[in-house]
Design a protein. Structure first.
Length: 657
């Protein structure tokens, strides 16, 4: 069992005298100087400069060469080459009129120009605001207008979208296209709408002719406003300063130096495919930038990701549970399909390594004889894997460690603290924990009496996870009331997650404070909103929507309206029990999904399986409170078997239960 190694972190009880703060885990900054910015690392530009000097002429940013529509080898630009392009682009944007501490939108998938725009913005103290399609047109309109955005750097395929929204985006004046060529028709339509169009290289050329440069940024300058893709209301913009961002990135580097996390060096190669619009990828990529490592970008199609990985052969892989689950399912399905001696040998090797997983992820024989081909699926050179955005099943974590013979870490953080929450420890292969705080953070648990989570609970303290530290955001942009709800007077970020400390003092996520939860792909879901939509349909009396954080989809218990449902279902059931008929369930699911779409439910908000219950939720059966609110925990317990059966049905390719 792994334990803390002072002075890195220790669990401390009784530090606070207020109710709800009697169980506090504090982070003893194993080097207090970290918070004083050692090595003169104050801003994100300082991080980049350090990485550029370390990388020199080595490869930095790479993309696959495309020949006749087929992806070939990776083509690289060196650190020195990219540095020149970044500086020229930044000066070019200044020449176009973009001022310090004004917003610049980035609307594109991951590619070198995204990273170059990001670094140029850090140098010139522009404020990066990422835009992405899943936000939807209304959210993009809200973000652009709230930040008074005048400049967007985008790929050519996004120009049409921007032009179509121009009437609703009056502040936008310039669009810089990352591609070398722009469709003449799209460009003409954009210019007629009042937009000025430049290519990325044209802006670089403008900057190359300028000799004067501006003052360097400072740590209090806003680096980015990251908008959360909330499921209720408009998105909120977390304002992170350069100092906030540096704290998280430098902390990740520091624990690598201390040996409690993987150490990234200039010899590492990183595959960039997770959206740069989100802070998980921003921190992961910034760590590699800081260390002078190489970053290879995927083609933009997740279906081709494994092909990109096989070509790139990365040493580091950061991903989310959804992809790990796919790899897990695919490998095990292949093993079972082979059967015979191959299957026997796989499980013998698997179980042998699992028995010693608390000591090592390597085995001198099985790694070569059995797991070599599996390792090759991720390039064969992986040193470590990092999972974030949502909880990972312990079985999947163990599988990744065993089959890829690599350290697998899990991180915990939020947009609001630039991912600077917790990390698991090197050589601690315990699954189900999210580790210990970053050096820049401290964590405490606060009582939640209504949910019966108390910091005085024995044997393990439980409560809402609160984080305080130098990576915590400054505020939500222009919404002080939301800021006050999330950041208290003492600077604690109230995460809304429920956690507990285990016997070794590691943090475990066990629940969500509000009725909002996260699916395995990282999407937040507000079930009450979805239930409200479905319950508007004439066939539905009541609905209980449930999502397991280890699953990628929602399921629901539906109590049909007896009158309308009975008449509607009789013809479909053809003499069968209308609540048990597969035909009725399938028709009901199809009807409600269509209704949800009509009412603007996103794809991940739609249920994928249903159970029809003839018994209404009531106070008498303890499923409703005296004020007629659904008791979610009670409902989950009451329908646990049905929920488990629905997820089994989904995994077997059925959409109802």
């Amino acid at each position: 069992m792994a334990t803390f190694k002072p002075p890195y972190t220790v669990p401390v009880k009784g530090m606070a005298k207020k109710d709800g703060e009697t169980a506090v885990m504090r982070h003893f900054k194993f080097a207090d100087k970290l918070l004083d910015h050692p090595d003169d690392i104050f801003t994100l530009w300082d991080l980049y400069t350090a990485g550029n000097e370390a990388g020199g002429d080595d490869p930095f940013l790479g993309v696959r060469r495309i020949e006749n529509g087929e992806a070939k080898e990776y083509v690289w630009q060196s650190h020195k080459e990219v540095r020149t392009r970044i500086e020229n682009f930044g000066k070019g944007m200044l020449s176009l009129g973009l001022a310090r501490q004004k917003s610049i939108g980035i609307y594109a998938i991951n590619r070198p120009e995204w990273t170059m725009t990001e670094q140029a913005s850090y140098r010139q103290a522009f404020i990066i605001v990422a835009l992405y399609d899943t936000l939807g047109a209304e959210a993009i309109e809200y973000i652009v207008n709230q930040t008074a955005m005048e400049y967007i750097v985008a790929t050519a395929d996004k120009l049409k979208n921007i032009t179509q929204l121009k009437d609703r985006l009056p502040s936008i004046k310039h669009v810089i296209i990352m591609d070398d060529a722009v469709d003449p028709s799209d460009k003409n339509n954009a210019e007629q709408a009042g937009l000025k169009i430049h290519t990325f290289k044209q802006v670089e050329a403008i900057g190359a002719d300028l000799e004067d440069d501006t003052a360097l940024p400072n740590e209090d300058d806003i680096a980015t406003i990251c908008y959360t893709s909330g499921t209720t209301g408009v998105p909120k913009g977390a304002v992170s300063t350069q100092g906030n961002c540096v704290a998280a990135v430098h902390a990740a580097a520091a624990v690598g130096e201390a040996g409690t996390f993987a150490k990234v060096t200039q010899t590492d190669v990183y595959i960039s495919y997770l959206p740069l619009a989100h802070v998980f990828e921003r921190v992961a990529q910034a760590l590699h930038v800081y260390r002078g490592a190489a970053i290879g970008y995927y083609q933009g199609d997740t279906l081709k990701l494994l092909d990109d990985i096989a070509e790139l052969k990365p040493t580091v892989f950061c991903s989310v549970p959804r992809l790990f689950n796919r790899i897990y399912d695919k490998v095990l399905a292949g093993v079972k399909a082979k059967g015979g001696i191959s299957s026997y040998l796989f499980f013998k090797a698997f179980n042998s390594k699992k028995a010693y997983l608390d000591k090592t992820v390597h085995h001198w024989l099985w790694d070569r004889l059995v797991f070599g081909q599996i390792r090759a699926k991720l390039g064969g050179r992986l040193r470590f894997i990092l999972s974030g955005s949502a909880p990972v099943s312990p079985d999947v974590m163990d599988f990744m460690r065993i089959c890829f013979s690599a350290n697998v870490y899990e991180g915990y953080g939020q947009t609001e603290n630039f991912c600077g929450g917790c990390l698991t420890l090197t050589d601690d292969n315990t699954s189900g924990v999210v580790g210990v705080p970053f050096p820049c953070s401290e964590v405490k648990l606060v009582d939640v009496p209504d949910m019966e989570y108390l910091s005085t609970d024995k044997p393990h303290p439980r409560g809402e996870i609160c984080i305080r530290g130098t990576s915590v955001m400054r505020e939500y942009y222009k919404v002080p009331e939301k800021t006050a709800e999330t950041l208290d007077a003492d600077g604690w970020l109230h995460t809304g997650d429920i956690g507990k400390f285990d016997q070794a003092g590691r943090l475990i996520i066990i629940d969500r404070l509000k009725n909002i939860f996260k699916l395995s792909q990282g999407e937040y879901v507000a079930p009450e909103k979805i239930e409200g939509v479905y319950q508007k349909h004439e066939l539905v009396a009541q609905a209980f929507v449930y999502g397991d954080s280890l699953q990628a989809s929602l399921v629901a218990v539906i109590v049909p309206d007896k009158d309308s449902f009975g008449k509607w279902a009789q013809d479909i059931a053809k003499g069968q029990d209308i609540y048990r008929s597969d035909e009725v369930k399938a028709a009901m699911l199809k009807t409600l999904v269509a209704f949800g779409k009509e009412n603007d439910l996103k794809g991940f908000e739609q249920m994928r399986a249903i159970y029809l219950s003839s018994e209404e939720f009531s106070i008498d059966n303890d499923l409703l409170t005296p004020t007629f609110k659904l008791k979610r925990e009670t409902a989950h317990k009451a329908y646990k078997k049905e929920i488990d059966d629905m997820y089994t049905a989904i995994s077997n390719g059925r959409s109802f239960n």
